[in-house]
Design a protein around this ligand. Sequence first.
Ligand SMILES: [Cu+2]
Length: 291
Amino acid sequence: MNKQTKVWLVLSIALSMLALSSACSGGGDQKAGTGNTNTTAEAGPYSGPTGTISGVISYNGTPPAPKKIDTTADPVCGQKNPNLMTDDAIIKDGKVANTFVYIKEGTVEGGKKIGDYSWATPTSEVQLDQNGCHYAPHVLGVMVNQKLKITNSDATQHNIHPTPKLNQEWNQTQANGAPPIEKAFSRSEVLIPVKCNQHPWMKAYIGVLKHPLFSVSSDTGAFEIKGVPAGKYTVVAWREGGANGEEKTMEVTVTANGAAKADFTFGGAASSSTKPSLQMMPALELPVMKH
Ligand SMILES: [Cu+2]
């Protein structure tokens, strides 16, 4: 048979396997990419020993260069920030800023799941500023129901528009001099893209979690997550890139008062996931189904 027929054959087998597997799992699996732990049993607040997870986010190879943004659509932006650059890849000396690192799931010493514990909503708010027609910070984390305070430091109007999949979508205009907008997200979701309806280049990402075990890498690529219950976890590092960002995963063990290391590297061979998926179909290995 010719190549095209082969591709279609493999594709249709893969599709029927997919249909089978979702029938087996009962369709209740929502964990893909959300960090949702779907808690069923509450273990209350955690009070045992903790440690830290820290590391550095590196980039292997030549990173994409920032590009100058054309701000002619709004002269106020150009006046305040004449050299506005894209901030999807802030990579300096091979170290990656704005990577969202978080504990996705895992087991606390003693056997309970991390998602079974409850965490108090911080009374402090997290700020998202619009300054120079640019969101600052570019990537941030909040806890479920924690207050997000959005400010406008520009002499122009912005329109903040998060586009979540699990939370309520909204968009709101914030004029020059308008008071802060206060919002919160009621469900965990990693991550929610935020855009500005006035300035198409403005983008931010908000990670929403039920626990405080997350961090964003700084300009040196460094991050630290404090107060992690002793246990064994899946730690995810997410950075902007492609349609939905890029993710790296690592199993990390945290001991009482211990300092666990988790260094992540993006770039290089990691770019293989950007190939069109159909191109990879003929080489697809069919999984063995377990029922
Ligand atoms: Cu704007």
